[in-house]
Design a protein around this ligand. Structure first.
Ligand code: SAM
Length: 403
C-alpha cells in the first residue's frame, strides 16, 4: 500500500486515512507498507518530510521510551504548541503561547526503569515500541548521566532480587547525595537478600535504596533543593522530571504569582513551588500524600529566611478547598495529576481569588478546567510550554489566569 501521513496521533504515531497508524513518520510523508490490524508494517519512506532528522539514539527503533526523535526540534515544538491550542479551541478558549523551554538531552533525573532476570543475568531498560519486551538502553540520550551510571547497579539488583516471571520497577532519582533507588515488585526481603542489596548499594555508591518500601541503605541524604530549602521527598515520590524543567516551571510560577502576599499551593507535593514562593509570600500547601507534606514541612523548618508555610493533607478530588477557604489567599498555584482538578476549579470559580497559576501535564484536562475558570470570570492571559519530556509526546504547560 502507498499511504500519505496526514497528522500525528496523541502518542506521536503518524496517522493516514483509514485510520492506519504509521509509527515513526511525520505529516506529509508518503510511505509504502503492509497493514496489519490498522498498523503499518514493513515500512519504507518514499517521500521524507523536510522536518525529518536522523534519530540521535541507536536504541530509538527498538525502545518505546521516545516517539519523536525522527522529527526536528522545530517540528516537535510546533506540534506540541498545536496540541495546546487545539485543546483550548475545543473549549472555546485561546491564549498567546510564549517561550518554549525544552530540557536538554541527558537531563532526565527521575525515571522508572524495569528489570527482569534472564538466563544469563538481567536486563534493565524500557519496554519496546509496541511490545512488552524489555530493551536495554545503555546509551539513552534522555537519562541524566548519573542515572546512566547506575544501570549496572540496577542490573545487579535485578539479578539478585528479580524473577524470570515478573518485572521489577526501579524508580531512580538523582539527588544531592547521589542516585536513590526505590525498587518494587522484587522478591520479598530476607536476611540474605538484604545483605546482598546493602553490599550493592555500597559498591555502586548509591545514596539510598528501598526495596518493596523497606529501607535497605541510607548512605547519604537523598535530598532535593527547592529554593532555600533542602527536602528529602519520600521514596519514589513525584519530582519534576528535569532540573531545567523545574527551574522553568518555578520561574513561570513566580512570574505568575507576582507580589501576592498569601498564596495557596494546591497539589503541592513535597514543595517544588511552595518553598521558593515562601521567599516572598506566606504559603498554605495542600496535598493528598502525608509523607510528601511531612517532607515539605521538615524542609521549611530546616531553612532560614522563609515566610510561614502551613500544610494540610486533603484529598482535593473528594474534598476540594471551598470558595470561602480560598478567599483567605491572594493567589493560587494548582498542579494536579493528569486527570486535572475539575472539582477544585469549580470552587476557585466560585471564590473571589484574583489570580491562578495552573501547571498541567495534560492539555485536555487543563483546557476543561480553564473553561470552568473562564466561566467563573477568569481570563486566560498567557501560556508557557515547559518541555521536560523531550522526544516524547508529553506536553507540560504553565498558564496564568486572572480576573
Ligand atoms: C503533578 S504532581 C505535582 C506536585 C508538586 N506541585 C511538584 O511540582 O512537585 C501532583 C501531586 O498531586 C498529588 N495528588 C494526586 N491526587 C491527589 C488528590 N486527590 N488530592 C490531593 N493531592 C493529590 C500527588 O501526590 C502529587 O504530589
Amino acid at each position: 500500500m502507498r499511504l500519505t501521513v496526514e497528522r500525528l496521533g496523541h502518542l506521536g504515531d503518524g496517522i493516514a486515512a483509514g485510520p492506519v497508524y504509521v509509527p515513526m513518520t511525520l505529516p506529509g510523508e508518503v510511505v509504502e507498507c503492509d497493514i496489519a490490524g490498522g498498523r503499518a508494517t514493513d515500512l519504507r519512506i518514499v517521500t521524507p518530510s523536510p522536518e525529518r532528522v536522523t534519530p540521535p539514539c541507536r536504541h530509538y527503533r527498538a525502545c518505546g521510551g521516545c516517539a519523536l526523535m525522527h522529527g526536528s526540534d522545530r517540528f516537535v515544538a510546533g506540534w506540541k504548541a498545536g496540541i495546546v491550542s487545539r485543546a483550548l479551541a475545543a473549549q472555546g478558549l485561546e491564549a498567546p503561547i510564549g517561550t518554549m523551554h525544552v530540557s536538554p538531552p541527558g537531563s532526565r533525573r527521575r525515571a522508572v526503569l524495569h528489570g527482569r532476570r534472564t538466563r544469563k543475568g538481567a536486563v534493565v531498560g524500557l519496554h519496546g515500541r509496541a511490545s512488552g519486551t524489555l530493551v536495554a538502553i545503555p546509551d539513552c540520550r534522555v537519562l541524566h548521566p548519573a542515572l546512566i551510571a547506575c544501570l549496572p547497579a540496577l542490573a545487579a539488583m535485578t539479578e539478585a532480587g528479580g524473577s524470570r516471571k515478573g518485572e521489577i520497577a526501579l524508580a531512580a532519582s538523582a539527588t544531592t547525595g547521589g542516585v536513590a533507588i526505590a525498587a518494587t515488585g522484587g522478591k520479598p526481603l530476607d536476611q540474605s537478600l538484604f545483605s546482598t542489596l546493602a553490599a550493592l548499594a555500597e559498591r555502586h555508591d548509591l545514596a539510598a535504596l528501598w526495596w518493596n518500601g523497606e529501607a535497605v541503605a541510607l548512605r547519604r541524604e537523598p535530598a532535593q533543593v527547592f529554593g532555600a530549602a533542602r527536602v528529602v521527598p519520600p521514596p519514589g515520590a513525584f519530582l519534576q522530571a528535569t532540573a531545567e524543567g523545574e527551574a522553568a516551571l518555578v520561574a513561570a510560577v513566580r512570574r505568575g504569582i507576582g507580589a501576592a502576599p498569601r498564596v495557596v499551593d494546591l497539589f503541592a507535593g513535597a514543595g517544588t513551588f511552595s518553598l521558593p514562593l515562601a521567599e516572598t509570600a506566606e504559603v498554605h500547601a495542600v496535598e493528598g500524600l502525608a509523607e510528601s507534606l511531612a517532607a515539605l514541612d521538615r524542609g521549611w523548618r530546616g531553612a532560614s529566611g522563609l515566610r510561614r508555610v502551613t500544610t494540610e493533607m486533603r484529598d482535593l478530588f473528594a474534598r476540594p478547598l471551598l470558595a470561602e477557604e480560598l478567599n483567605r489567599h491572594d493567589a493560587a498555584v494548582i498542579d494536579p495529576p493528569r486527570a486535572g482538578a475539575e472539582a477544585q476549579c469549580r470552587q476557585i470559580a466560585a471564590s473571589a481569588l484574583p489570580v491562578v497559576v495552573a501547571v498541567s501535564c495534560n492539555p485536555v484536562s487543563f483546557a476543561r478546567d480553564a473553561r470552568i475558570l473562564a466561566d467563573g470570570g477568569f481570563r486566560l492571559e498567557r501560556i508557557e510550554i515547559v518541555d521536560q519530556f523531550r522526544w516524547s509526546p508529553h506536553v507540560e504547560l504553565v498558564a496564568r489566569l486572572a480576573r
